[in-house]
Design a protein around this ligand. Sequence first.
Ligand code: AMP
Ligand code: ZN
Length: 452
Amino acid sequence: MVKFYNSLTRRKEEVPCHENKTVKMYSCGPTVYYYPHIGNFRAYLFMDNIRRVLKYNGYSLDGVMNITDVGHLTSDADEGEDKMLVASKREHKSPWEIAKFYTGVFMEDAKKLNIDLPEHIVPATSVIQEMIEFVKVLLKKGFAYETSKGIYFDIEKFPEYGALSGMDIKEKLAGARIDVDEEKHSPYDFVLWVKAPKEHIMQWESPWGMGYPGWHIECSVIGDKFLGEHIDIHTGGVDHKPVHHENEIAQSNCHYGHQVVKMWMHVEFLQVDGGKMSKSLNNIYRLSDLAERGYSAEDFRYFYFMAHYSKQQNFTFEALESAKNTLKSIKNLAKEHKNGTAKVDTSAYEEEFLDAINDDLNMPKAIACVLKMLKEERSQDVYASLMKFNQVLGLNFEEEDDIPDNIKEKAEKRWQAKKNRDFATADALRKEISDLGYEIKDSKDEYQILKK
Ligand code: AMP
Ligand code: ZN
């Protein structure tokens, strides 16, 4: 039985699902206003982890992730400027160009990390009409009201508000400062639709004049459109719990008059050098920064497995180095097992691995089991189990094995010749390699061997 920790009930529970073991899963996606950093990718590796573990257990996935390309203000609440517009000014590009560029960067990095992406990836701006319809329902049912600035959700109409993050909304309201916006019924009411000033670049027609959606509404609406009114799992980072997810729950549950999401799952933050990643400390790393220092996306993928998702994980280059070395030794051992001749019964390892992943994604324990198994006598049975486990791990055991050693040697000799500006030797070796059916692709600091 697969059990995950449900942040809403604060218990480990059996995974909910629909007919035919289909799990409908919603994941809060990136705001595409800047390069995604490795902390963001902890959230998507977490999503990948859930998806792969469920598939390993015979579930099928119907997954959705939004791309926020409008409405996310510089604070998660309703203050500040739209992040897309900030980027648009910074880079002298339209918000659409910004969104296209950073969505591309996100997808490329996700691919490098071998993240099992959801079936539907949906930009917020593609569902504006649906958002308007959703807000209309909330207005009609009396959960929302209009002011001169926009349409607001009236949280006093939803007494369960705050259940996810454990806040007592009555207490909070009693102690609240008076909101600067006197038209709002309560300071915690949040915006569903903003009436846009004329100069605002992103705006759409609506029954309330030209405007744009608040940030939270997109997730309720995209979830509704692609998964319907019963969603099994909803994921996101812990930072989303107190505002974004409380607001999503309020919107969706009031829209339908029942609970929409059964299981909420949150991943803790990645820290860097024991603290928050920040511009001032110059420690916001992207995958490309790791690559410059000689670490692949896969090294970072393996690093993810070294901590449980519910705990903060501390990123240091020493820890990444250790992840890289362990990964290398796993790959070497895998190769030895692939050619092994011993007979090994791996059923106990398979059981241990399954128990670990099914116990709320205990990856450190699952990895410990893999490392223990690899110490066995060299055996193809071990290799077969490792390949099975790899449906969850998502590591690449193929690349090096595909290229024969003599080709690798020639390629290395050619690279050295090229570096020494001995182009005649380099060209001759390239031809030899080509005649044997392989091709060399050079980039600035490295080369790649490809099968023709
Ligand atoms: P954003 O693009 O800012 O909306 O964030 C995308 C996702 O990354 C959200 O689910 C955040 O909770 C998550 N996130 C942001 N920073 C970190 C971090 N340092 N560690 C883990 N997750 C993070
Ligand atoms: Zn969301």
